[in-house]
Write a protein that binds this ligand. Structure first.
Ligand SMILES: [Zn+2]
Ligand SMILES: [Zn+2]
Length: 350
């Protein structure tokens, strides 16, 4: 029986490589040779101890892609051996009213996020050499996109959901707070949907990457004239939407300070520990602010994400900070936990 190798967080600041027999393939499943898995904030903040919301041993990682190497009998002809696929994170049931209406994230019958496997592990087995998955949760790439870039399908799908929930329309003015990985994914999707995008970012290295992606309008969050700087850019235009892509009380406060009549404020980032937003109800009433929470994505978002990556409407090559081998998982988590870094990618077969 062939084995799979995978990274497991056993305790704070400790990840190790374990081995197990590959689970037997069910009729509706495929076996995927995972090639790359990028480290999400969820992963490295659990590794570093900042978040304590996961059980151990945690075989995590979910921003991955791979090649189909085996197909169960009941898998659609749409998928072939050799296809590169990304994998949906939420295992929604597909048949309940929420799922049927396209709201997978709301599914009450979805698989547990941290389900325990028969051999006692939790998690999605992303940092892994192989993974079995139900074909209904797979999304096929049609271009020859590299594995680590294809791994962006999951975070990109959440940015697509964000732009849809935020109802971003052509020629609207959208301020992105935070030009890190998630900020620049939101920025690119907002632009693809026709919006004008202004990015607020402190790190010069991130601003440089944003410029390489074609963005031209920036704010410095530390500027004493932050509000005036924005007015200068917008002239008579309004702030239609603000997407807060950093988990920080200061960022939330700054976002509120630039909101005006009818502004939609999208809270995209989780924050550990969370801060509180202070706003009086009259301001909310008279200014008609819309405070919108954003998390997760549905299968339509995943499909769109695959196509945006295939078509190059969203570019992610510059959002990869560094690549590591599976055996270097500790170094990978260490770098990912360093402020100012983009996505760290783990190449599981190198
Ligand atoms: Zn993620
Ligand atoms: Zn469902």
């Amino acid at each position: 029986m062939e084995k799979m190798r995978f990274a497991v967080i056993t305790k704070e600041k400790n990840a190790e490589i374990h081995e197990r027999t590959i689970p037997e393939l069910k009729d509706d499943e495929v076996l995927i040779k995972i090639e790359a898995c990028n480290i999400c904030t969820t992963d490295y903040e659990f590794w570093s101890g900042r978040r304590k919301n996961q059980p151990t041993p945690m075989a995590g990682g979910h921003e991955n892609s791979g090649i189909i190497v085996k197909k169960g009998k009941a898998v659609s002809d749409y998928f072939s051996i050799g296809d590169r696929v990304g994998i949906m994170l939420t295992e929604s049931c597909g048949v309940c009213p929420d799922c049927r209406k396209g709201n997978d994230y709301a599914c009450r019958y979805k698989g547990e996020t941290f389900k325990e496997s028969d051999d006692g592990y939790f998690g999605f087995f992303g940092f892994s050499t192989y993974k079995t998955a139900k074909s209904e949760f797979l999304f096929k790439f049609t271009s020859d996109i590299p594995a680590d870039e294809a791994g962006f399908i999951e975070p990109l799908s959440t940015a697509i959901r964000s732009i849809k929930i935020g109802d971003i329309k052509p020629e609207e003015n959208v301020v992105i707070i935070g030009g890190g990985t998630m900020g620049l994914l939101n920025a690119q999707v907002a632009r693809a949907y026709g919006a004008r995008v202004i990015i607020s970012e402190l790190f010069e290295s991130k601003v440089e990457v944003a410029k390489e992606l074609g963005f031209t309008e920036f704010l410095n969050p530390k500027s004493e004239t932050f509000k005036e700087d924005l007015k200068e850019i917008l002239k008579d235009g309004r702030v239609n939407a603000i997407i807060i892509c950093v988990g920080s009380g200061a960022a939330n406060e700054q976002a509120l300070s630039i909101a005006e009549l009818d502004t939609r404020l999208l809270y995209f980032a989780a924050e550990y520990p969370p801060s509180e937003i202070k706003i009086d109800t009259n301001t909310l009433h008279y200014k008609r602010y819309k405070l919108i929470g954003v998390v997760g994505s549905d299968r339509s978002d995943f499909q769109e994400a695959a196509e945006m990556l295939d078509n190059g409407h969203v570019k992610v090559d510059k959002l990869i900070e560094k690549r590591f081998k599976l055996d270097e998982i500790q170094d990978a988590f260490k770098l990912a936990s360093t402020p100012g870094t983009f996505r760290v990618s783990v190449h599981t077969w190198e």
